[in-house]
Write a protein that binds this ligand. Structure first.
Ligand code: SAM
Length: 205
């Protein structure tokens, strides 16, 4: 049987390193964040949700494009780093950080942006189905959902990034509006319901 990943797995990682994946330093991560931000169809969002926010590197960049960001993680140490970052970068009033699992009930209220970045492959297929249904339900009509995941298999993870992106692609109610793929990660952007292209939204097509 495939089982969900225990929060203790991630707590041990943060006990060994303040930035276990090198989000602050690696060119690989900086480039991936730049591609993720560039792929968002709208210049600005009202209210975003980023579950599994870690130390808040992507969260801070999202906050530059959003009125508010709700960001959660299962590891208090990661959230403390994220909180320090938001203070340092003058973003604390725009970012609401909290300890929660993706498996908990989602924050109340609608979002116009949901960012699922390097977090879905920690879920079992059954839990993934529940979480994705919540993601679609919480997304406003015309809102954007972004999925970004490492594509190489990781033996400890219940699912591969490939399987996760296939599950997102099979969801009802979303239309894919953009994708980027390379040997290492896939980035897919969806909107809820039919929406004009970026050019059409500005009257270019
Ligand atoms: C690889 S990091 C991704 C960080 C960030 N989203 C990014 O792309 O830069 C994964 C994070 O997800 C958190 N996490 C793992 N399982 C989770 C769950 N069930 N609910 C919420 N967060 C979880 C981990 O603690 C870790 O901080």
């Amino acid at each position: 049987m495939v089982s969900a990943m225990d929060p203790g797995y991630f707590e041990s990682m943060y006990a060994e390193s303040a930035d276990p994946w090198g989000f602050d330093d690696r060119w690989y991560e900086r480039r991936k964040y730049a591609l993720t931000l560039a792929a968002l169809p709208r210049p600005h969002y009202r209210r975003a949700f980023e579950p599994g926010c870690s130390i808040g590197v992507l969260t801070a960049q999202l906050a530059e494009r959003c009125d508010r960001v709700v960001a959660t993680d299962v590891v208090p140490r990661a959230l403390a780093s994220a909180r320090d970052r938001m203070q340092r970068e003058g973003l604390a009033d725009r970012v609401e950080l909290g300890r929660a699992s993706l498996l908990d009930p989602w924050p109340a209220g609608a979002f116009d942006l949901v960012v699922l970045s390097e977090v879905l492959y920690y879920l079992t297929p059954a839990d993934l189905g529940t979480v994705l249904a919540r993601a679609v339900d919480s997304l406003e009509e015309g809102g954007s959902l972004v999925a970004v995941h490492w594509q190489h298999p990781v033996p400890e993870y219940p699912q591969t990034g490939r399987a996760v992106h296939d599950s997102v692609a099979a969801l009802d109610g979303l239309q894919r509006v953009g994708s980027y793929r390379d040997a290492d990660f896939h980035l897919d952007v969806y909107t809820r319901g039919a929406t004009p292209s970026v050019a059409a939204a500005e009257g270019l097509s």
